[in-house]
Design a protein around this ligand. Sequence first.
Ligand SMILES: N[C@@H](CCC(=O)N[C@@H](CS)C(=O)NCC(=O)O)C(=O)O
Length: 236
Amino acid sequence: MTLVFHERVGHEGRRPSPFSWRIRYALAHKGLLDTPAVEVRPTRFADRPAIEALSGQRFVPVIEHAGRVVHDSWAIACHLEDAFPDRPSLFGGTVGRGLTRQLNLWCDGVLMAAVRPILVADFPAVLEPGDRAYYRSSREAMFGCTLEHYAADRPAHLARLRDVVAPLEALLAEQPWVAGAAPAYADHVVFSVFQYARLGCTAELLAPGTALAAWRARMIALHDGLGDRFPGYPTP
Ligand SMILES: N[C@@H](CCC(=O)N[C@@H](CS)C(=O)NCC(=O)O)C(=O)O
């Protein structure tokens, strides 16, 4: 039974969505990505009516599997864990699932809020030209100012990010993966936010020599270099 994965696509095949990246890694972790079991359907912001008709809401990722349509990356990860219990676990049990949920909420609230102002003014360049006006107007309505105003003072945002990620830096100085001895969904979620910035702006978030930079390189290399499979930030 094919699993259909609807994910955001950007300019010239770029994959700009952090929420889709974490599901791509989860599918790879389960050994499903690049198999006939999964069909990937790239989706533009302009495809919103089709996503709404399918799932009753406008956000991707969305999956169709086993007669169900599941949206929200956390719900999708839980579906994958429950639907493929014999494949490598994303959470490592119920305690791991609970702790990963907490980390997921922290990433989407605190980490994302620290990263977003660093990348948001650069970000339209990774989207399909026809999606850029929607992205700008919807985000400017959300922020109550222009993207450029929101993103002003990048050095201050980078300094704040260093404080926010200090516990992750300490963790990864002690153990190789966020989840411990081996990567799991906790790593996929954290990585997805750094990948969003890595592919979505000109700034380098992580200083060379840090434990986080070394971990991010290990994450990129997983699954035959999955993190480098799609084009990076467009060079002028
Ligand atoms: N809580 C959702 C968030 C997904 C999300 O924010 N997706 C964005 C970025 S790709 C989106 O589809 N936005 C549609 C829009 O802004 O119209 C998840 O974890 O999947």
